[in-house]
Write a protein that binds this ligand. Structure first.
Ligand SMILES: Cc1cc2nc3c(=O)[nH]c(=O)nc-3n(C[C@H](O)[C@H](O)[C@H](O)COP(=O)(O)OP(=O)(O)OC[C@H]3O[C@@H](n4cnc5c(N)ncnc54)[C@H](O)[C@@H]3O)c2cc1C
Length: 438
């Protein structure tokens, strides 16, 4: 590590860009390893985890063991259990018997892990990464150098083109829900999007009471129905290291088809959320006599957005089975829960031409290092940017610790033990005999 006359070091073995759960996991795994000097930068002024979507009552969609480190390094001091213990609340947590960890509590755990790691810095944005024998990482404050770079810039809200011209205080992406979706009492609100985020927004709106309750809440989804996430044991095997490694070997078109076919195993709605919504609707309709509060419109796409009378919005819907019949919805407010895409990595522009790409993603090896023409030992690792190559688990927390462990092991020059393979034989076992005749 290079020291400039007593000033803080400016050269690192690994420089992390972005501090969400992905890079925070890597920072946690590297923390006890001074031989890999590291620094992780985030442009936010303080740690946050989808803070504007911390809707009260929401929970983590995965096991609490899928924290930053436990599945890869169960004795690491940055585990969720270590957090509970450190805060003196481990018995309370046990007694509370939450069916799933409250999302806000998991967010607080992540903030705790970031706060006790001196290699994590907030309020510094990476603007450019160049290479001239070392990586030169230019931020809004200084230039640092590194042997390796780990990019974990996560996801960015996505809006369909027909929504983009209209965004503001009465049309917005669900990622801004907690700030914007206030004072909706007596209004007509349309939620567009049939995934977990849309479901949580819808549930929150129909659960408001008294004068805070909207006049009407409509829920539009392209999916044929409001489908659940598949959380059953064999489907969950898709979210294990051995399946991820198998998936990685498949041809691109098979991987694409798989991701489309099994999307609901990750992007469906938690069954608990669906049940809560159904029960709320029952109570409104049959017990509290609010027969006109809710409108459910699955199997439809919003094809046009325009201005309606007196400052309202007019949405044109196309029914997937009956495309000839145009439906109209009038709204005071539209919440677009239309998902997220990988955040842009424009700061890699100076070296982008040297990096291989596949299916619109940086092409990675088995350790998530981008294939490029740079010298060995100088890697750009990417986290949460290779769904087409590594499968549906890539954006979520399931393989977060394991993926970071792969990267950390590469930096440390070791290879940790993998867990036992799945019960399922994912790959064909070649007997060496002639294949079946076609
Ligand atoms: C509301 C919500 C709830 C979710 N709940 C779950 C769940 O329960 N279970 C699950 O498995 N998954 C869940 N997910 C999926 C989610 O994507 C992951 O949990 C996780 O946030 C991905 O982590 P990440 O580190 O890749 O990205 P992010 O969390 O998006 O973090 C990326 C970070 O990079 C920073 N950054 C970007 N560009 C720069 C730059 N140029 N310089 C410096 N910093 C930069 C950003 O400020 C940000 O802090 C949820 C997603 C959402 C939206």
């Amino acid at each position: 590590m290079e020291h400039e006359h007593g000033r803080s070091p400016t050269h690192y073995r690994c420089l992390g860009i972005g501090v969400g759960p992905a890079n925070l996991s890597l920072a946690s795994l590297l923390h006890g390893h001074p031989e890999v000097s590291n620094l992780f930068l985030d442009r936010k002024t303080a740690f946050g985890w989808h803070d504007d979507q911390q809707i009260p009552g929401t929970s983590l969609q995965v096991s609490m063991l899928k924290d930053l480190v436990s599945l890869a390094d169960p004795v690491n001091p940055f585990s969720f259990l270590a957090y509970l213990h450190d805060q003196g609340r481990i018995y309370h947590f046990l007694n509370a018997r939450f069916p799933a960890v409250p999302r806000q509590e998991f967010r607080n755990y992540l903030a705790w892990a970031a706060g006790r790691n001196e290699n994590v810095v907030f309020g510094e944005e990476v603007r450019e990464v160049a290479f001239d024998g070392v990586f030169r990482v230019r931020t809004d404050r200084r230039t640092l150098t590194a042997d390796n770079v780990a990019v974990g810039v996560g996801i960015a809200p996505w809006l369909p083109p027909q929504a983009r011209p209209w965004t503001g205080t009465t049309q917005y992406h669900v990622s801004e829900f907690m700030t914007r979706a206030q004072d909706l009492g007596g209004k007509r609100v349309v939620v567009v999007g049939g995934g977990q985020s849309g479901a949580e927004a819808f549930l929150d709106l129909v659960s408001r009471t008294g004068t805070a309750l909207p006049r009407r809440v409509s829920w539009v989804s392209r999916r044929r129905n409001y489908f659940p996430m598949d959380d059953s044991p064999f489907t969950n095997d898709f979210y294990t290291p051995s399946f991820s490694d198998y998936f990685f070997t498949l041809p691109g078109e098979l991987r694409k088809a798989f991701n489309e076919q099994h999307l609901l195993s990750s992007d469906g709605i938690s069954e608990d959320t669906l049940r809560a919504i159904y029960q709320r609707i029952y109570l409104h309709r049959f017990v509290e006599d609010r027969t006109d509060l809710v409108g459910l419109h699955p199997n439809r796409e919003v094809v046009e957005v325009g201005r309606g009378p007196a400052g309202t919005w007019a949405l044109t819907l196309r029914h997937n089975d009956q495309p000839g019949r145009a439906e109209r919805l009038e709204a005071d407010v539209v919440v677009w829960a239309t998902g997220f895409r990988c955040a842009p990595m424009d700061f890699l522009e100076p070296i982008a031409g040297r990096m291989e790409r596949v299916d619109g993603e940086p092409k990675v090896d088995e350790d998530y290092a981008v294939l490029w023409d740079g010298p060995p030992g100088h890697d750009v690792f990417v986290q949460n940017a290779t769904r087409q190559q590594r499968g549906l688990a890539d954006p979520n927390l399931s393989l977060n610790a394991w993926r970071s462990r792969r990267i950390a092991d590469r930096l440390l020059g070791v290879r940790g033990d993998d867990q036992l393979a799945s019960f399922i034989e994912w790959s064909a076992k070649d007997t060496g005999e002639a294949p079946w005749p076609a």
